[in-house]
Design a binder for this molecule. Structure first.
Ligand SMILES: [Cu+2]
Length: 177
Protein backbone atom coordinates (compact mmCIF):
# COMPACT_ATOMS: atom_id res chain seq x y z
CA UNK A 1 0.00 0.00 0.00
CA UNK A 2 2.88 2.36 0.68
CA UNK A 3 3.79 2.56 -2.98
CA UNK A 4 0.42 4.09 -3.78
CA UNK A 5 1.81 7.12 -2.01
CA UNK A 6 5.32 6.91 -3.41
CA UNK A 7 4.24 6.96 -7.05
CA UNK A 8 2.30 10.25 -6.84
CA UNK A 9 5.18 11.71 -4.82
CA UNK A 10 7.60 10.77 -7.58
CA UNK A 11 5.36 12.23 -10.24
CA UNK A 12 5.15 15.40 -8.19
CA UNK A 13 8.92 15.54 -7.88
CA UNK A 14 9.33 15.10 -11.62
CA UNK A 15 6.79 17.80 -12.36
CA UNK A 16 8.77 20.17 -10.15
CA UNK A 17 11.93 19.32 -12.06
CA UNK A 18 10.32 20.33 -15.31
CA UNK A 19 9.49 23.77 -13.93
CA UNK A 20 13.04 24.93 -14.61
CA UNK A 21 15.39 27.00 -12.50
CA UNK A 22 13.11 29.74 -11.21
CA UNK A 23 11.94 28.00 -8.09
CA UNK A 24 11.26 29.46 -4.69
CA UNK A 25 12.80 28.20 -1.49
CA UNK A 26 9.60 26.32 -0.72
CA UNK A 27 10.32 23.87 -3.53
CA UNK A 28 13.90 23.16 -2.47
CA UNK A 29 13.02 19.87 -0.81
CA UNK A 30 11.25 18.66 -3.92
CA UNK A 31 14.21 19.60 -6.05
CA UNK A 32 16.56 17.67 -3.81
CA UNK A 33 14.30 14.65 -3.93
CA UNK A 34 14.26 14.85 -7.70
CA UNK A 35 18.03 14.96 -7.92
CA UNK A 36 18.35 11.83 -5.79
CA UNK A 37 15.80 10.05 -7.96
CA UNK A 38 17.68 10.89 -11.11
CA UNK A 39 21.02 9.96 -9.60
CA UNK A 40 19.91 6.39 -8.86
CA UNK A 41 19.42 5.86 -12.59
CA UNK A 42 23.12 6.43 -13.24
CA UNK A 43 25.15 3.29 -12.87
CA UNK A 44 28.22 4.89 -11.33
CA UNK A 45 26.29 6.54 -8.52
CA UNK A 46 23.88 3.85 -7.33
CA UNK A 47 24.40 3.78 -3.55
CA UNK A 48 26.41 0.77 -2.49
CA UNK A 49 27.37 -0.24 -6.02
CA UNK A 50 31.05 0.09 -5.16
CA UNK A 51 30.58 -2.66 -2.55
CA UNK A 52 29.19 -5.11 -5.11
CA UNK A 53 31.58 -7.39 -6.95
CA UNK A 54 31.17 -7.72 -10.69
CA UNK A 55 30.19 -11.29 -11.47
CA UNK A 56 28.11 -12.94 -14.17
CA UNK A 57 26.97 -15.77 -11.91
CA UNK A 58 24.45 -14.92 -9.21
CA UNK A 59 22.09 -16.73 -6.88
CA UNK A 60 19.16 -14.79 -5.47
CA UNK A 61 16.90 -16.12 -2.74
CA UNK A 62 13.25 -15.26 -2.18
CA UNK A 63 11.61 -16.10 1.12
CA UNK A 64 8.33 -16.21 3.05
CA UNK A 65 8.96 -12.65 4.26
CA UNK A 66 8.46 -11.56 0.64
CA UNK A 67 12.10 -10.49 0.31
CA UNK A 68 14.91 -11.00 -2.16
CA UNK A 69 18.21 -11.43 -0.32
CA UNK A 70 20.03 -9.56 -3.10
CA UNK A 71 18.84 -6.23 -4.43
CA UNK A 72 21.88 -5.02 -6.31
CA UNK A 73 23.67 -7.08 -8.94
CA UNK A 74 26.64 -6.06 -11.01
CA UNK A 75 27.57 -7.83 -14.24
CA UNK A 76 29.74 -7.49 -17.30
CA UNK A 77 27.74 -6.31 -20.28
CA UNK A 78 27.63 -8.42 -23.42
CA UNK A 79 28.46 -11.70 -21.70
CA UNK A 80 26.17 -14.45 -20.45
CA UNK A 81 24.65 -13.77 -17.05
CA UNK A 82 23.69 -16.96 -15.21
CA UNK A 83 21.17 -16.23 -12.50
CA UNK A 84 19.61 -18.77 -10.16
CA UNK A 85 16.54 -17.98 -8.11
CA UNK A 86 15.85 -20.12 -5.02
CA UNK A 87 12.63 -20.04 -3.06
CA UNK A 88 13.86 -20.67 0.48
CA UNK A 89 10.41 -20.40 2.05
CA UNK A 90 7.97 -23.10 3.13
CA UNK A 91 4.67 -21.43 2.30
CA UNK A 92 2.62 -22.81 -0.62
CA UNK A 93 3.31 -21.57 -4.13
CA UNK A 94 -0.30 -20.40 -4.42
CA UNK A 95 0.10 -17.88 -1.59
CA UNK A 96 3.86 -17.13 -1.57
CA UNK A 97 5.28 -18.12 -4.95
CA UNK A 98 8.26 -16.21 -6.32
CA UNK A 99 9.80 -15.58 -9.67
CA UNK A 100 12.42 -13.15 -10.93
CA UNK A 101 11.64 -11.05 -13.98
CA UNK A 102 14.32 -8.86 -15.58
CA UNK A 103 12.71 -5.86 -17.26
CA UNK A 104 13.82 -3.64 -20.09
CA UNK A 105 14.92 -0.13 -19.02
CA UNK A 106 12.12 2.37 -18.59
CA UNK A 107 9.31 -0.08 -17.87
CA UNK A 108 6.85 1.35 -15.36
CA UNK A 109 6.83 -1.13 -12.49
CA UNK A 110 3.30 -0.31 -11.34
CA UNK A 111 1.88 -0.79 -14.83
CA UNK A 112 3.78 -3.99 -15.38
CA UNK A 113 2.90 -5.26 -11.91
CA UNK A 114 -0.78 -4.72 -12.64
CA UNK A 115 -0.62 -6.60 -15.92
CA UNK A 116 1.35 -9.40 -14.28
CA UNK A 117 -1.19 -9.75 -11.47
CA UNK A 118 -3.89 -10.32 -14.07
CA UNK A 119 -1.89 -13.10 -15.74
CA UNK A 120 -2.50 -15.84 -13.19
CA UNK A 121 -3.13 -18.39 -15.94
CA UNK A 122 0.43 -17.81 -17.18
CA UNK A 123 2.08 -17.74 -13.74
CA UNK A 124 2.06 -13.93 -13.69
CA UNK A 125 4.05 -13.48 -16.89
CA UNK A 126 1.79 -11.15 -18.91
CA UNK A 127 1.71 -12.12 -22.57
CA UNK A 128 0.68 -8.53 -23.38
CA UNK A 129 3.99 -7.22 -22.01
CA UNK A 130 6.51 -9.75 -23.28
CA UNK A 131 8.45 -6.94 -24.97
CA UNK A 132 9.12 -5.52 -21.48
CA UNK A 133 10.76 -8.75 -20.33
CA UNK A 134 14.39 -9.61 -20.97
CA UNK A 135 14.37 -12.86 -19.03
CA UNK A 136 12.37 -14.55 -16.30
CA UNK A 137 12.47 -17.63 -14.11
CA UNK A 138 9.57 -19.96 -13.52
CA UNK A 139 7.24 -19.28 -10.64
CA UNK A 140 8.76 -21.23 -7.76
CA UNK A 141 7.13 -22.98 -4.84
CA UNK A 142 8.92 -23.73 -1.55
CA UNK A 143 12.36 -25.27 -1.97
CA UNK A 144 12.35 -24.90 -5.74
CA UNK A 145 14.94 -23.16 -7.87
CA UNK A 146 15.37 -22.15 -11.48
CA UNK A 147 18.36 -20.97 -13.45
CA UNK A 148 18.19 -18.53 -16.35
CA UNK A 149 20.84 -17.22 -18.74
CA UNK A 150 20.69 -13.91 -20.56
CA UNK A 151 22.88 -11.09 -21.85
CA UNK A 152 22.60 -7.39 -21.12
CA UNK A 153 23.86 -4.29 -22.88
CA UNK A 154 25.41 -1.63 -20.68
CA UNK A 155 22.77 -0.07 -18.50
CA UNK A 156 20.65 -0.44 -15.38
CA UNK A 157 17.80 -2.93 -15.28
CA UNK A 158 15.05 -3.49 -12.73
CA UNK A 159 14.12 -6.97 -11.65
CA UNK A 160 11.03 -7.91 -9.73
CA UNK A 161 8.96 -10.80 -8.48
CA UNK A 162 5.72 -10.54 -10.45
CA UNK A 163 3.58 -12.56 -8.02
CA UNK A 164 0.63 -10.31 -7.12
CA UNK A 165 1.55 -7.75 -4.48
CA UNK A 166 5.24 -8.66 -4.37
CA UNK A 167 6.99 -6.30 -6.78
CA UNK A 168 6.78 -3.32 -4.41
CA UNK A 169 9.26 -4.95 -2.04
CA UNK A 170 10.68 -7.78 -4.14
CA UNK A 171 12.68 -5.71 -6.56
CA UNK A 172 16.29 -4.95 -7.30
CA UNK A 173 18.63 -3.62 -9.94
CA UNK A 174 21.16 -5.18 -12.25
CA UNK A 175 23.90 -2.87 -13.41
CA UNK A 176 25.65 -4.04 -16.57
CA UNK A 177 28.93 -2.28 -17.27
CU1 LIG B 1 7.49 -13.09 -4.72
Amino acid sequence: MKKLFIIPALALAISFASCGGNTTSSTTDNQNATEETVVTETAETIPGLENVTISNTWTVEGNDQMKFNTQLIRVKAGEDVVLTLKNTGTMPKESMGHNLVVLTPGVDLATFGGEAAAAAANEYIPQSSLSSIIAHTKLLGPGEEDKITFKLDKGTYDYICSFPGHYGVMQGKIVAE
